[in-house]
Design a protein around this ligand. Sequence first.
Ligand SMILES: CCCCCCCC/C=C\CCCCCCCC(=O)NCC(=O)O
Ligand SMILES: [Zn+2]
Ligand SMILES: [Zn+2]
Length: 511
Amino acid sequence: MARRCLYLLALGGVLLLGIATFSRSKGLRRSLRGAASRIPSQFSEEERVDMKRRFSISDCLTLTGAIQIPTVSFTSEDYNTTALAEFGEYIYKVFPTVFSTSFIQHEVVGGYSHLFTVQGSDPSLQPYLLLAHIDVVPAPAEGWKVPPFSGLEHDGFIWGRGTLDNKNSVMAILQALELLLIRDYIPQRPFFIALGHDEEVSGKNGARKISTLLQARGVQLAFVVDEGSFILDGFIPNVKKPFAQIAVAEKGSINLMLQVNVTPGHSSAPQKETSIGILAAAVSRLEQTPLPNMFGDGPLKTTLELLANEFSFPTNIILSNLWLFWPFVRRFLERNHITNALVRTTTALTMFNAGIKVNVIPSVAQAVVNFRIHPAQTVQEVLELVKNIVADDRVQLHVLSAFDPEPVSPSDNQALGYQLLRHTIHSVFPEVSIVAPGTCIGNTDSRHYKNLSNGIYRFNPFYLRPQDFTGIHGLNEKISVQAYETHVKFIFELIQNADTVRVSVPHVHEL
Ligand SMILES: CCCCCCCC/C=C\CCCCCCCC(=O)NCC(=O)O
Ligand SMILES: [Zn+2]
Ligand SMILES: [Zn+2]
């Protein structure tokens, strides 16, 4: 009897401790059933070595590591299908528990994308979706300190294309689930994992098809978590500490082709203007005429207000009084190329093709301009502005692809996905005191799921500094071994939190 009392006392203590930990997150509460069965996110030395090898270089002679498989997307019609197929076989081999668990269903969609359906033990709970993508952008070896598909470890970092974008998420999600299953964890809340194979070239064959499939099955999601924002360190001058930004919004995009046709001829007697000259002048006008600064619309203002106290004097006073100082802040933000991307639709000249021979005036010159549309603008509005800037009827405008910015997801106390992420950030990164909503300046597969949920959140659980950002789609992309392990820990915690944390239902006063 005495032993039983002691046991009950101890259990009560553990539960109280759990509740106290959670009291920090306003609007959240935790189910007692989940609190009792929580599995600590501690991994043995062997598990840590193993997870690193699966991600970078497998120790098994017959297997490469995830980073070593060159799953490159070139265009929406041209991607490395051999590598994508190999990647499918790879995850099957290295995550055997995920693939053999009776309550997890695995499907290949669109040839190379993967959908995992994890049936929760409590089907009354609305499911959620974890997203990541397998494909990577090309990485020619020039300029890299190590071959981009080597997965080499050096100075505590794993190097290679996809280490930050986005094989880290693919592998961390499956790895965390594998470790939970090995510990006999049975999720209560159902969830899906969708791994797209063509995110870098639109997602139309992967994410879009998975979304259509889920929609046909009548699925509605509580929330979606994808890549697209980070714990930001050093992006805003004078911010004292890193802060976590959960992107609740995502910019839109237009790929616009500009084309000029002239009669070809001999270069010895050129007309006053050539197709190349006309086109070059048009794209130069676009580059020299930034689209309007939209500061004040979208989530950026809220982010800055939340961050105000993290700045020293006088920036803290300026940001706490944006009603007065906004014209100054608006100008300040456009001085840096990253914060500039937050305040306006950006204009990037990405392709320029013309000419077939040194002594031939070319008949056709083509350029592609990539616009990323601010959350407060639309495709139509941007096209109208662009026509006025180009202002030359000889330049034809062809929209190759376009989509409007994504709707802004809620970040209030009742927003389950946002609050779960916020809570998990605080527990895995206790040193990060600020979590703020923001905008993703790139595009993600999550946009294909907007019909299934209004809670779409983009967050990668690792620190990003401006120098790391240059590795994403650039040279020498790398992640520290510790950051990858923490990524696995974060997903391990997030899956459990999705079972135990509930947002409070607003209190209704009866009259
Ligand atoms: C006050 C807030 C300051 C915020 C500074 C923002 C810093 C953002 C840094 C990096 C964003 C990178 C987005 C990565 C997601 C891109 C995914 C991708 O590559 N998609 C394809 C594409 O967009 O073309
Ligand atoms: Zn990505
Ligand atoms: Zn990318």
